[in-house]
Design a binder for this molecule. Structure first.
Ligand SMILES: [Mn+2]
Length: 351
């Protein structure tokens, strides 16, 4: 089925069925929760039953999302026979909620990961969408449904969190136009932005200070590395959520081209988060260790001790930066040919 047919089949299914379990992905973010809650509001408006299920409690930062208090853990779920998975590239993303998907009689997917192979009965997958919330926005319009204030907050949250507040390379003119529409509809952009970006728990601010004051620079400051052990986390009473986003602060240092943040997990492994400013494909490094991600942002788990994990990641980053530079030199040669040849040809033409 083509894209458009999939969307009509999706809308058809929403009309025909009465009760829906809506699934979000493990390590829930603003887009999976925002899209799931916006779809829930749409279904409730249609007079249907809908429940959002999340593998873990809703992160504190997303507690403000309308309907967040209604989200249940897999063990408490009602398990309706129609399931909608939001922002889940594959079934592994459900983790403990997997049985809800497997036991459903009809499965629907709404997603924007290009790696999504379409594992449900009906798959609305648009890799060109900046966020699943962009597709949910279209869903409301396609169904002739008005996006109310609460749904606007959910949709806006998904779009801004997946695009780094409308700054990452996946930010599309469409996404910005949608935000403009939501603003026209009365969205309080100042308040939602404050809740997402300017409401940091005291503990988080302190652990950030600790980690960043201990960060180290390598290779003339082009590689930034910060670490955090369980002992340090406990000293501050920090949760995993308090330690999120630290790698971005390492990346933002002026001289840093590739940033690494290594955090000890409760299971004794080390979670390595990587960021690159177009100077390396960190997704390649993560892939080597069974992790994943994109050229600019990726991550993996290391079972090695901290010192070995640090040595390995520094070596891998250096190798990858060299490989990337060599590749860019080739590209540059090609690009300069492109720029020089056309005028010469034109000249010859005139002659
Ligand atoms: Mn997403």
């Amino acid at each position: 089925m083509r894209d458009r047919d999939q969307m009509s089949a999706f809308i058809d299914a929403l009309g025909k069925h009465e009760s829906f379990s809506i699934l979000t992905h493990v390590s829930p973010d603003g887009d999976t929760l925002g899209s799931a809650l916006a779809v829930r509001l749409l279904l409730l408006k249609l007079g249907k039953k809908a429940e959002v299920i999340c593998e873990e409690p809703v992160p504190h930062i997303y507690g403000f999302l309308p309907g967040a208090e209604s989200v249940v853990l897999p063990a408490e779920a009602k398990c309706f026979d129609t399931v909608i998975a939001c922002d889940c590239a594959d079934k592994q993303r459900f983790k403990k909620a997997d049985f809800i998907f497997e036991n459903a009689s009809l499965t629907l997917v709404i997603d924007h990961h290009f790696t999504n192979k379409g594992y449900a009965d009906i798959n609305v997958i648009r890799a060109d969408a900046s966020a699943v919330c962009e597709i949910v926005f279209d869903l409301y319009h396609a169904m002739g449904m008005e996006i109310g204030r609460d749904a606007a907050v959910c949709i806006y949250t998904g779009i801004v969190t997946d695009t780094g507040n409308l700054t990452y390379s996946n930010t599309t003119p469409r996404a910005i136009r949608m935000v403009a529409d939501l603003l026209e509809g009365g969205l309080n952009i100042t308040e939602v932005n404050r809740l997402i970006y300017r409401t940091i728990p005291y503990v988080k601010t302190r652990i950030q200070g600790h980690v960043l004051s201990n960060m180290k620079l390598y290779e003339d400051g082009t590689i930034g590395l910060a670490t955090l052990t369980i002992g340090e986390m406990d000293q501050y009473g920090a949760t995993n959520e308090d330690c999120e986003g630290l790698v971005d602060s390492v990346r933002d240092v002026e001289s840093v081209k590739v940033a690494a943040f290594i955090r000890e997990g409760r299971d004794g492994t080390f979670k390595v988060s990587l960021r690159s400013k177009e100077c390396a494909d960190v997704g390649r490094i993560a892939g080597k260790y069974g992790g994943g991600g994109h050229p600019a942002a990726a991550g993996y788990s290391s079972k090695e001790p901290l010192s070995t994990t640090i040595a390995n990641v520094l070596r891998d980053i250096k190798d990858e930066m060299q490989r990337f530079e060599a590749w860019q030199d080739e590209e540059r040669e090609y690009a300069s040919d492109e720029m020089i040849i056309p005028p010469l040809l034109n000249k010859n033409d005139k002659d």
